[in-house]
Design a protein around this ligand. Sequence first.
Ligand SMILES: Cc1cc2nc3c(=O)[nH]c(=O)nc-3n(C[C@H](O)[C@H](O)[C@H](O)COP(=O)(O)O)c2cc1C
Length: 201
Amino acid sequence: MEILDCMKKRRSVRSFSDQKVSDEIISDMLEAARLAPSGGNGQSWMFGVIRDETLKNELAVAAGEQMWIARAPVVIACCAVLNEDLSNVDEDDFGLIVNHTRFGKEFVDYVYQYPDKRMSNIFWNNGVPAIPGEHMFLVATCHGLNACWIGYLDVRKASEILNLPDDVVCLYLMPVGYADQPIKEIERKSAEEISFVDRWK
Ligand SMILES: Cc1cc2nc3c(=O)[nH]c(=O)nc-3n(C[C@H](O)[C@H](O)[C@H](O)COP(=O)(O)O)c2cc1C
């Protein structure tokens, strides 16, 4: 399937049939995650493949009681590895220089020095699983599956449920399965509405 066709087919689904998701499809999805780009090629992500019914139920509760999540045959736990102590970064650290340039020194230093070190690190790494996760979503779509990003999540609770070590945090869930209902069309902005050329007029 061409990539644009796959993107056109990709939709969020919240109701799944009992059909199992094969290990081959999961390994294709993980392969797609592995190939994703990351700042400095850090690849500081981790993906849990959750099939256990009890765990899926507990995760659904941690996701603001979106209990439909537990009815997906597989839930992917999209995690970041917090491999840096933000409060102890050298002034010439390239990542710090980049962040100062992007967001300004005052804000970055505030977040880096925030007393709850783990929380500031979690916040800072919020986007880590996004690109590899979307690669996975698209590969699932190519295989005729559907999924949904879940960001409404108590990330500390989810990480606890999955018994993750302190330096790994589950930031998003992605229930994956076969849709059991037709998917409704939704409105999309036009290309003109979401783009500009040269300077903003
Ligand atoms: C970062 C992110 C977080 C999301 N969190 C949730 C969520 O917690 N629950 C949910 O039902 N949908 C969630 N969604 C799905 C969006 O509602 C959905 O992508 C959007 O309505 C567009 O529909 P589509 O994915 O079918 O194109 C999330 C999507 C993204 C990208």
